[in-house]
Design a protein around this ligand. Sequence first.
Ligand SMILES: Cc1ncc(COP(=O)(O)O)c(C=O)c1O
Length: 285
Amino acid sequence: MVSFAGAQEALFALSHALLPAGETLAVLTPAFQPLVHTFAERGCRVKTVPLQPEQGWAMDWNRLETVLQQGCRLLIINYPHNPTGTLLTRAELEQLVALCDHHGCRILSDEVFRGLEHEPETRLPALCDLHEQAVSVGVFSKAYALPALRIGWVASRDKQLIQRLQVIRGQISICNSLLDEQLAVRVLAQSEAILQYNRRRIRRNWKALQAWMESHTDTLHCLPPAAGCCAFPCFRDGRDAEGQAEQWIQQQGRMVLPGRLFLGPSSGFRVGFGFDDHMRYYPEI
Ligand SMILES: Cc1ncc(COP(=O)(O)O)c(C=O)c1O
């Protein structure tokens, strides 16, 4: 394991450690943008594998297999998923690992929302525990809801990769803030209690948001999230969500992000329900 000043720094280091420029990788979309751009900026060729909104954001296994057959060296996944709040089943994750293994493709698993499964028994193993080449990324800012602690990490059983990451970290933030580290150790000692507290809050918040969704089912379709603190409703008539999102942000200060920012369908938008403050009210359409 190597720690970094946040998951974003970990991803930056991985973009340098995992692949030389010019290699091809695949990302499931919609996606947290830096999962695409950090690697594209580094000079890698990024292929997208769109999740299928009509099938509950299911994996497009045919598209994935085609991309893997075309010499893809790395697949980036992110479950619990930002922005849709979906989760794979254990069987699906194992199928993914076997498929990538078969094609010689390594998996980078962004697990920053791991621990926020709405049903705790659906929590997936860290991918680095399932496969010796897999790479898991975590952070305190998401599942632990402690963004002020700028500490993230990369875990892998690949010792060479870990050594390379240590060298790269030596060229960027060098080491963590000692203060952050001391707080992080105290948080980890209470890890499950904190996650449980956060899960309770997002379940409560989701109920409030769900009531709002249900009063707009003629206009919006939203798959109830299985994990994390975001959902991705889409307008049923296919209208572009950007204008509406802009209006909500400008007029009501809601944190609503249009699907375009996640390389997802333009009729969709991400809503967050991590903070109680988000839940005061939701706007009229
Ligand atoms: C899926 C995902 N990965 C990584 C990060 C980066 O986390 P941090 O900003 O705490 O480094 C984020 C932040 O929003 C995220 O949503």
